[in-house]
Unconditional design. Structure first.
Length: 132
């Protein structure tokens, strides 16, 4: 019975992640290349925000179904990702103050990719530590 709860939570998390991805990618493309009004762009940008909130909620609920080792791995991945994110923000801030920051490579659209990559780097390090 416990495994069915875990599988349902995992399935729900995967489905909500896919829904977020399916809503995020076309909307970001539409906003960037669609030539839409600012008001319409703002209204469209709310959709992936809502789907991401639902994904995060289901992800957090799923963490409660994991055993202690897997929870610890996820926690360490988030901590490592957060620390790397702070380091990136510090570097970007200093480069901006120095006037050498190129927005082409450090814009907000790229930041989310960096942050997700930092989480996966942390996950890789934590999994190697616990050999799971």
């Amino acid at each position: 019975m416990e495994t069915t709860i875990k599988k349902k939570a995992e399935k729900r998390t995967i489905i909500t992640a896919l829904i977020w991805g399916v809503t995020y990618l076309p909307i970001i493309y539409l906003i960037k290349h669609g030539g839409l009004d600012k008001g319409v762009s703002v209204m469209l940008s709310v959709i992936p925000i809502i789907t991401f909130i639902i994904y995060i909620y289901s992800y957090i609920k799923q963490m409660g179904t994991l055993d202690e080792v897997k929870q610890r791995i996820q926690f360490e991945a988030v901590v490592i990702g957060f620390a790397l994110s702070l380091l990136l923000m510090l570097v970007l801030c200093l480069l901006d103050v120095a006037g050498v920051l190129n927005d082409k490579y450090a814009g907000f659209a790229y930041l989310e990719m960096y942050l997700m990559a930092f989480y996966f780097i942390g996950l890789f390090i934590a999994r190697r530590k616990y050999i799971v």
